[in-house]
Design a protein around this ligand. Structure first.
Ligand code: MRU
Length: 309
């Protein structure tokens, strides 16, 4: 089953909050369920959020609700991934939101395979590739962007090892990327986020590939921690690639003008349900950071490998 599936008038999502312990599904019966799912990270990852949002608009239209209102509410669910805004605007401009959402769903699968094909050439047999967060099948309809490149290289017969940063505080690397690689039988090891620099310093990483929530003039916004990885990669001459579809490009804003989502401090204060700091501790929880263009070796898209903006 795909991360997202349109079935009998409902949008069925893999409930990513439950992975890797159990594979459960979350059914969106109306656009309000879609908003809940995006806000609460039942579904997450820029392309997956975009396609889910497109179906949300379609569900509002099918239910005879005010589509303009629904579109604005859906857009307010998370602020950083531009795919959300791109997807809602695209279905709103179409004659049939449901048909358009289905087209976007199909396109996402093709796009990721094209990203994989372009990126696979960058990977050499025997490489150890570090990734941060989850830019895999779970972040898209299927296949993935950064993990799509790894899948494509693996399918080309290149034997590689993947290193996943755990990606505090939500743990997308530990919970989701490791799980995906294990499902494929691709060798994978988990590290704490703070170990990435040491592994690069000691020559244990050949390349870094991450995804993106927004690519704009000046750099790339992606999961918090991406900046630290990019800085270490630059210092130790490790090529640092971003893999993303063209729908992640924002040509209207500078990367420093976009909104970086701040999430609930409880995500920092608790780990696996256990409090890890004294009562009354204040926490800061930005969900994304910005990798400046000069730290990026190339952006792998469905159209080929591009220079950063
Ligand atoms: O907060 P999340 O889990 O939605 O953040 C996801 C990321 O940062 C991904 O790297 C990005 O969306 C690219 S997914 C192909």
């Amino acid at each position: 089953m795909k991360t997202i599936e349109w079935k009998d008038g409902e949008l069925v999502l893999i409930d990513q909050r439950k992975l890797p312990d159990s594979l459960e599904y979350f059914r969106c019966r109306d656009y309000r369920d879609v908003i809940y799912a995006i806000k609460n990270m039942v579904v997450r990852g820029a392309p997956a959020i975009g396609v889910t949002a497109a179906f949300g608009v379609a569900m509002a239209e099918l239910a005879g609700e005010d589509v303009e209102v629904a579109a604005e509410e859906i857009k307010a669910s998370r602020p950083t991934a531009v795919n959300l805004f791109w997807a809602v605007d695209r279905v709103m401009k179409s004659e049939s939101p449901l048909d358009e959402a289905i087209t976007m769903y199909m396109e996402d699968m093709e796009t990721n395979r094209a990203i994989g094909r372009h990126g696979a050439g960058l990977i050499e047999d025997g490489d150890t590739v570090l990734t941060h967060c989850n830019a895999g099948a779970l972040a898209c309809v299927d296949y993935g962007t950064a993990l799509g490149v790894i899948r494509a290289a693996w399918d080309d017969g290149k034997r590689l090892t993947v290193i996943c940063d755990e990606t505090r505080p939500v743990g997308q690397g530990a919970r989701l990327s490791v799980w995906e690689m294990q499902q494929e039988g691709i060798p994978v090891k988990l590290i704490t986020d703070v170990a990435a620099g040491y592994l690069m310093q000691t020559g244990m990483i050949d390349k870094v590939i991450i995804g993106a929530d927004r690519i704009a003039e000046g750099g790339v916004a992606n999961k918090i921690g991406s900046l630290m990885v990019a800085l270490a990669a630059k210092r130790f001459n490790v090529p640092f690639y971003v893999a993303a579809p063209m729908s992640t490009f924002d040509t209207e804003n500078s990367i420093y003008d976009i909104e970086i989502e701040e999430r609930d401090p409880a995500e920092v204060l608790y780990y696996g349900g256990c409090r890890i700091a004294p009562q009354d501790t204040e926490a800061i929880n930005p969900a994304f950071d910005i990798v400046p263009s000069d730290l990026i070796s190339g952006i792998i898209t469905e159209k080929g490998i591009l220079d950063p903006l």
